[in-house]
Design a protein around this ligand. Structure first.
Ligand code: AMP
Length: 283
C-alpha cells in the first residue's frame, strides 16, 4: 500500500496507469473508515487492476455552520484499514493543494441537487461535484464506488458523469448497517448513549415503509405519515425531512410506479443522520 500526499504525484500516477492500460477503481471517502467504506473498497479491489481510496475531508462541501472543524479524522487508522482490504493507494491530499489560492471552479447540476439534502445544505452538492470531478481527472478511474447510504449523492454523481460524458462507471453499493440496524456512518461517534439508542427509529421506520409498500400501499403521503409517526416515538428525534422521490431524478413522487427512494434526515441533538430505502424494482 502506498500513501500519495500530493495532487502532482496523484496526477502523474493517473497518467501512467492510463498509458499502461490499467483498469483503476476509485473509492472517494472523507476518512474515519468503517465497514461501509471498506465494503466499497472490497468491491473496487475485486473488479479492477488497482484501487485508489481517497481520504479527504472536502471543505467546500460543508456549510458555514456544519461540522467541518470537528469531523473525526484518523489517517493512520484509515491507512491500516484500507491496506487490510487490499487497497493499493491511499490519496490523502491537503486542502490547500486541492484548492490553491484563486481556485474558482464550481459545478451546478439543476434538479437532482435541489431536493432533500440540497435544500437543507445549500452548496453541498456543488462542493461534492467539484471534488469528485477533480478526483476523476487526477486518478482517471474506469470505475468509481459510492454508497447507497448517501442516496442523493449517488444520483447526483450518476447525473454528473452522464451529463459531462465522463469515461467512468458509477457503481452504487448497498447500505452497510450495525447489527441493530443503524446505518454505519463516521458521524455516529457524535451520538451519546441515549441518542444512539433512539436513533434506531430511523431504520425501524424504513422497515415500516417497506412493509406498507410490499403490502400494496402506493400513496406516498400514507407511507410518509407512518414513517413520521414511528420516528416521533423517539423524543429526541428532530425531523428535517421525510420524502419519497424518484430514484434517479430525486423529484418527489405522489404514487410510486418506478423505483423510488424513501429518504430521511433527522437530528438527534447536534448530530444530523440520514438514511433511506429503495422501494420497487430498478428500471
Ligand atoms: P463519507 O466518508 O461519509 O463521505 O463516505 C464515503 C463513501 O462511503 C460514500 O460513497 C458513502 O456513501 C459511503 N458510505 C458511507 N457509509 C456507508 C454505509 N453505511 N454503507 C455503504 N456505504 C457507505
Amino acid at each position: 500500500m502506498k500513501l500519495v500526499k500530493t495532487v502532482a504525484e496523484m496526477q502523474e500516477l493517473g497518467r501512467l496507469w492510463r498509458a499502461e492500460g490499467k483498469k483503476v477503481g476509485l473509492v472517494p471517502t472523507m476518512g474515519y473508515l468503517h465497514e461501509g467504506h471498506l465494503t466499497l473498497a472490497k468491491e473496487a479491489v475485486a473488479n479492477n487492476d488497482l484501487t485508489v481510496m481517497s481520504v479527504f475531508v472536502n471543505p467546500i462541501q460543508f456549510g458555514a455552520n456544519e461540522d467541518l472543524d470537528v469531523y473525526p479524522r484518523d489517517l493512520a487508522g484509515d491507512i491500516a484499514k484500507a491496506e487490510s482490504v487490499g487497497v493499493d493507494y491511499v490519496f490523502a491530499p491537503e486542502a490547500r493543494d486541492m484548492y490553491p489560492k484563486g481556485f474558482a471552479a464550481s459545478i451546478n447540476l439543476t434538479g437532482v441537487t435541489e431536493t432533500l439534502c440540497g435544500q437543507s445544505r445549500p452548496g453541498h452538492f456543488q462542493g461534492v461535484c467539484v471534488v469528485i470531478t477533480k478526483l476523476f481527472n487526477l486518478v482517471q478511474p474506469a470505475n468509481a464506488y459510492f454508497g447507497q447510504k448517501d442516496g442523493q449523492q449517488l444520483a447526483v454523481l450518476k447525473k454528473l458523469a452522464k451529463d459531462f460524458n465522463m469515461p467512468v462507471k458509477i457503481n452504487g453499493v448497498p447500505i452497510v448497517r450495525e447489527a441493530d440496524g443503524l446505518a454505519k456512518s463516521s458521524r455516529n461517534v457524535y451520538l451519546d448513549e441515549e441518542c444512539r439508542r433512539q436513533a434506531l427509529v430511523l431504520s425501524q421506520s424504513l422497515a415500516v415503509a417497506k412493509r406498507l409498500y410490499d403490502g400494496g400501499e402506493r400513496d406516498a403521503e400514507v407511507i410518509k405519515a407512518a414513517v413520521r409517526a414511528h420516528i416521533e416515538t423517539a423524543p429526541l428525534a428532530d425531523i428535517e425531512y421525510i420524502e419519497i422521490v424518484d430514484a434517479l431524478t430525486m423529484q418527489p413522487v405522489a404514487r410510486p410506479e418506478q423505483q423510488v427512494m424513501l429518504a430521511l434526515a433527522v437530528r438527534f441533538k447536534t448530530t444530523r443522520l440520514i438514511d433511506n430505502i429503495l422501494l420497487g424494482e430498478e428500471v
